[in-house]
Design a protein around this ligand. Structure first.
Ligand code: BV8
Ligand code: ZN
Length: 236
């Protein structure tokens, strides 16, 4: 813990990659774990273009349920600690796999949402995009003015990440002196690959998680515990 505090104090450039674990203490369920299951489905069965093509209603019911939970969630002490860290470091990039928007709500500024946002919707026909925060949705599946079905503005399995956002994330990983890996199981690529990019570029990689992950062996420091407790301690 102490050595990581020193690294954070001295670094001019820090990047962090967050996953569902950082929002767990805000009451947002994670994906891989019993709390993440909705009915009997796993995220990998619902967050795909194929699932949406087969049954857009089912997929939207899942998103409607999650939108309701997220609308009630507030940022926690972990989100707030990352806001404070950004204020102290000359260059700070927060890369998040989360679609809940809680980092921005907490006040983080330089946030890259590599998997999109649960409040964005996009027409599958005319590609019109908009922000829709209504919950529950008045109609499932929701429709565009052109009459076609809207889809969540989220990156599904098998879909490419938004190019500009991804380029910025890679650049941040390459230039970071310290790379924080927070509350993610590190199984979903390409996001999980950012830690390896950072390490290969000379960053100290620090993982914060309640449990070890597939990457824990290959990083510099593993800090075990909830991010809502450890992050405030790290920057105190
Ligand atoms: C692409 C949408 C190419 C859902 C999400 C085989 C091998 C390697 C890769 C692949 C493969 N087969 C397929 C792939 C590629 C695939 C992939 O990685 N699959 C994996 C599962 C094998 N990736 C893709 O398809 C990506 N696209 O590769 O495109 C391409 C290129 C050109 C043209 C066409 C295509 C797209 C991936 C995007 C998936 N999108 N989001 C939604 O949100 O609606 S995935 C889903 O997982 C989540 O959204 C999240 O973003 C992501 C990561 O999950 P985590 O955030 O890590 O959450 P998880 O529950 O797993 O873990 C929580 C962690 O928190 C745990 O470790 C837990 O211990 C910890 N924790 C809990 N509480 C706390 C805590 N830690 C701290 N404090 C706490 N309190
Ligand atoms: Zn349309």
């Amino acid at each position: 813990m102490q050595v990581v505090r020193e690294w954070l104090k001295q670094a001019r450039s820090i990047a962090a990659l967050t996953g569902a674990g950082v929002s767990a203490e805000s009451g947002v369920p994670t994906f891989r774990g019993s709390s993440g299951l909705w009915k009997q489905y796993r995220a990998e069965d619902l967050a795909t273009p194929g699932a949406f093509a087969r049954d857009s209603r089912l997929v939207w019911e899942w998103y409607d349920w999650r939108r309701g939970l997220i609308a009630q969630a507030q940022p926690n002490a972990g989100h707030r600690a990352l806001v404070q860290l950004e204020e102290r470091v000359p260059s700070f990039t927060l890369i998040t796999q989360n679609v809940d928007g809680l980092h921005e709500l907490a006040g983080s500024r330089n946030v890259l949402e590599v998997h999109g946002s649960i409040w964005n919707v996009r027409c599958i026909s005319c590609a019109r995009e908009r922000v829709d925060r209504r919950t529950p949705l008045p109609e499932i599946p929701p429709k565009c003015d052109c009459g076609a079905v809207l889809r969540p503005g989220i990156v599904w399995f098998g879909e490419p990440l938004p190019q500009r956002v991804w380029q910025d994330a890679e650049a941040a990983a390459r230039t970071a002196e310290v790379f924080l890996l927070i509350g993610t199981s590190s199984v979903v690529y390409p996001a999980a690959g950012l830690a390896q990019i950072a390490k290969a570029s000379g960053a100290r990689v620090v993982e914060i998680n309640i449990a070890e992950t597939v990457l824990s062996e290959s990083i510099d420091e593993f800090l075990q515990g909830p991010s809502g407790e450890l992050l405030p301690q790290l920057i105190a």
